[in-house]
Design a binder for this molecule. Structure first.
Ligand code: TXA
Ligand code: MG
Length: 355
């Protein structure tokens, strides 16, 4: 008798610029399937946001804890109304400035959204991405698309189609390849469901940019080290469930070294060896096989776009520990430092008070 071999799904990478490929992926979502697609921040794992079984497929593929809700992606701000219980006053000024783009807004949900999308919360996260392939996909699909980042839970987010293939190849039929993600960091998550808007996850849209539009903002679960931001610090635990999980961590333990780049570069250089790797700012990086450049010390955009690739490179090295420099925590530096600190857990060396 012939042996029955379980078939592993073949994953095909499709050019996101071709409309027939967009249609193919939209059709998969219409039939309850899951596909991967590019956004300007990171690649996402998309399914019909109004189909609870399709959404449950996303959780299975990612190995995502059920208490961590997903972001719902729309192609137009007009598509938000049916998804929420009410539209807060500050919604309009925010989307006028930041949509399409890397800002996710949390609002009270309507009954249209299945409970597993929001992990049982009474709020829903919604964003309109800027990447033309993401917009074309959502438009062609014709409804809201639930999508987390396309990495297995706990790993760095994918910023190239090749990352998605190595992460979840065999688990989705198609990956739409829209090139390298421009931003490289996930969206800023802003809760506007309560009285005062609150940043739940720092991202490309910065505190200062939001403050210019909103006036007062709270910030959850983030340490203000710059001392210059007039942040109302909240004592509450962060409301964004995803922020409590260990994330982005490479196999070998990562240590962030905080302080002026000259000092941290010296510290890291003293610790480098054949079995120790380091993420270093390009303007301080040594010529050493275990040094992974992270962009110039004052170029936050470059650091954001290299960050996850650098963590993946470090993860593929046979080393026993990894050190990283940390950007100054202002502007986009807040989000980059947030991801690096999450990847490091408790491993922090603080040289900032040393003269
Ligand atoms: O840039 C991005 O946001 C990417 C692309 C694909 O759009 N998506 C992304 O999704 O990063 P994900 O699932 O990896 O992160 C979503 C974050 C999590 O921290 C989750 O806990 C939070 O948003 N979130 C989602 N819904 C929420 C809600 N109702 N209340 C609070 N936090 C929520
Ligand atoms: Mg994620």
């Amino acid at each position: 008798m012939e042996n029955r071999i379980e078939k592993v799904m073949e994953t095909i990478i499709l050019d996101a610029e071709k409309s027939e490929n967009i249609k193919l992926c939209a059709d998969i979502m219409k039939s309850g399937g899951v596909i991967a697609f590019p956004t300007e921040t990171v690649y996402g794992l998309g399914a019909d946001a109004l189909d609870k079984d399709a959404v449950s497929g996303i959780f299975t593929i990612k190995g995502r804890p059920e208490d961590n809700p997903l972001i719902v992606h729309v192609a137009s701000s007009d598509d938000v109304k049916p998804l929420v219980a009410s539209i807060p006053d500050i919604f309009e000024p925010l989307i006028k400035k930041f949509w399409p783009g890397p800002l996710t807004l949390i609002m009270k949900k309507s009954s249209m959204i299945p409970d597993n999308v929001t992990a049982g919360l009474d709020t829903v996260a919604i964003r309109m991405p800027e990447h033309p392939a993401a917009l074309a996909l959502i438009q062609t699909f014709g409804g809201p698309v639930a999508a987390p980042s396309a990495n297995p839970s706990g790993k760095p987010s994918p910023t190239k189609a090749a990352h998605v293939l190595s992460d979840i190849g065999g688990k989705v039929p198609y990956i739409l390849d829209g090139g390298d993600c421009k931003v490289g960091l996930e969206s800023t998550v802003l809760d506007i469901s309560g009285k005062t808007p609150k940043i739940l996850r720092p991202g490309c849209v910065t505190y200062d940019e939001l403050k210019n539009v909103l006036g007062t903002i709270e910030i959850a679960g983030i340490t203000d080290t710059s001392g210059k931001m007039d942040i109302i610090k909240t004592k509450e635990t962060p409301k964004s469930p995803g922020m409590k999980y260990r994330h982005y961590a490479p196999k070998a333990p990562l240590t962030v070294v905080i302080g002026a780049p000259k000092k941290t570069a010296k510290y890291i250089t003293d610790h480098l060896s054949e079995t120790v790797a380091a993420l270093m700012f390009t303007d301080y990086a040594l010529e050493h096989p275990n040094v992974i450049p992270l962009g110039n010390s004052n170029d936050y955009e470059a650091q954001a776009s290299f960050l996850f690739e650098a963590l993946r490179t470090a993860d593929n090295m046979e080393v026993s520990s990894i050190y990283t420099q940390l950007p100054k925590e202002d502007g986009l530096g807040v989000a980059i430092a947030n991801r690096l600190k999450k990847a490091a857990g408790k491993n922090i060396v603080d040289l900032s008070d040393l003269h």
